[in-house]
Write a protein that binds this ligand. Structure first.
Ligand code: SF4
Length: 394
């Protein structure tokens, strides 16, 4: 929920995230909150968003906007227009970057025209795979030919940047199939590709299949596909700038980079999360509850925000910063969060990681080695443990 009486952001890199929660069906791997796209619900959602935009900080200067979901592209063109105009009318200037996620089956020319005229700079298409059997295994609605039709339409309208999301380590997927997906994506010519390792979230159809032993997961295969994918993307002219994200020069997504750097963002829409003025909070993951909270907002602070101190922000900036290939400047981080006792908390662990070959240090900057990137989740967990252990010291 946007804070009602917040001061203008002091940072020039504020991001606005809008969560559009509608999906035509549920993909087998997805645990995100979502709603069926009934007209009555879409209208209630749009009214709520306009109310929530009214609570954005005065003279709100957002560097980036990101519309995610759900499936933002499910909204008809006229709704995309009214949502975009309502948001722009609350901002002091247009954003430098504006990304909209679209599923291939939702990419239509009238919607793309509206988005381009609003100033959207990047279409992010949820391709996932070019293989029909694999799309079926993921429970995705679209077929490969829809990806090509959607891509032609996006190209014909013209956006500054384009992303394709791909998923790998799908049970039964071979390295050859994964490399084929990557090469098809590269051949179409986007300037950004995101590759996500399939995760088995509780209560998803794929999780249940895994639990029943109908499909198998292989960590060895995951690592093999991860490395093969990185190599193929590098050879295809893409630079890895974060564990899952690759771009041609100038194609990196600033909104996500700002988030990994722990700047500020305000989330609008049900289930959207915010980090603003040292508070972290999340809207209810339920359209009705979100609307009820908006109705009763007058002067009330967002529900139970976590108040962030230097230690939490520095820990998160280190964990997420290490996911980026450029790593983290420890001196700059210590200056940004002077109360975090960064050296006392992390020096021993960082030295161990360096000695074990997971971390590389150059001057004040630390970054993960290739071996470190392969186990970055485990390294993140160790950093979190070190932060918690330091906080418990007498
Ligand atoms: S993956 Fe995307 S389109 Fe599929 S159910 Fe989840 S939010 Fe909806």
């Amino acid at each position: 929920m946007c804070p009602p009486q917040a001061k203008p952001s002091s940072l020039s890199d504020l991001g606005i995230y809008c969560h559009i929660p509608f999906c035509a069906s549920t993909c087998d791997f997805c645990a995100f909150y979502q709603e069926a796209p009934k007209r009555s619900e879409i209208e209630r959602f749009l009214a709520g968003m306009i109310l929530e935009f009214d609570h954005l900080p005065a003279n709100c200067h957002a560097q980036t906007i990101f519309w995610g979901g759900g499936t933002p592209g499910l909204l008809p063109a006229k709704d995309l227009l009214s949502l975009g105009e309502a948001l722009l009318s609350r901002l002091s200037s247009p954003p430098l970057e504006w990304t909209v996620e679209m599923a291939p089956s939702t990419v239509k020319l009238d919607k793309l025209r509206v988005l381009r005229d609003l100033g959207v700079t990047r279409i992010s298409m949820g391709v996932q795979s070019f293989s029909e059997p694999i799309l079926l295994r993921l429970g995705r609605l679209h077929q490969p030919k829809q990806i090509f039709t959607a891509w032609e339409r996006i190209q014909s309208i013209g956006f500054e940047h384009n992303n394709m999301d791909l998923i790998f380590a799908i049970p039964g997927q071979t390295e050859q199939q994964w490399l084929e997906d990557i090469s098809q994506a590269i051949a179409l010519g986007p300037d950004h590709i995101s590759t996500y390792c399939l995760t088995f979230e509780e209560d998803t159809r794929l999780y249940l299949k895994l639990a029943r032993g109908e499909i198998k997961r292989s960590e060895e295969q995951e690592v093999a596909l991860l490395e093969a994918g990185w190599q193929a993307l590098r050879q295809g002219g893409f630079e890895q700038y974060e564990i899952s994200n690759f771009a041609r020069p100038g194609g990196a997504c600033q909104h996500n980079i700002n988030t990994w750097r722990m700047t500020e963002w305000i989330g609008c829409g049900p289930s959207a999360a915010s980090q603003y003025q040292r508070r972290r909070y999340q809207n209810p993951s339920d359209l009705n509850l979100w609307l009820e909270q908006l109705d009763g907002l007058a002067g009330a602070p967002p529900a139970e925000p976590i108040i962030l101190d230097d230690k939490q922000l520095a820990t998160d900036a280190l964990i997420f910063g290490l996911r980026m290939n450029q790593g983290v400047n420890l001196e700059a981080l210590a200056k940004r969060y002077p109360q975090a006792s960064l050296a006392d908390t992390f020096n021993d662990l960082l030295h161990d990681l360096e000695n074990e070959g997971y971390l590389v240090r150059k001057g004040n900057r630390v970054k993960l080695s290739h071996a470190g990137r392969l186990v970055c989740d485990a390294i993140g967990a160790s950093l979190l443990d070190a932060s918690a252990a330091w906080a418990q010291q007498p």
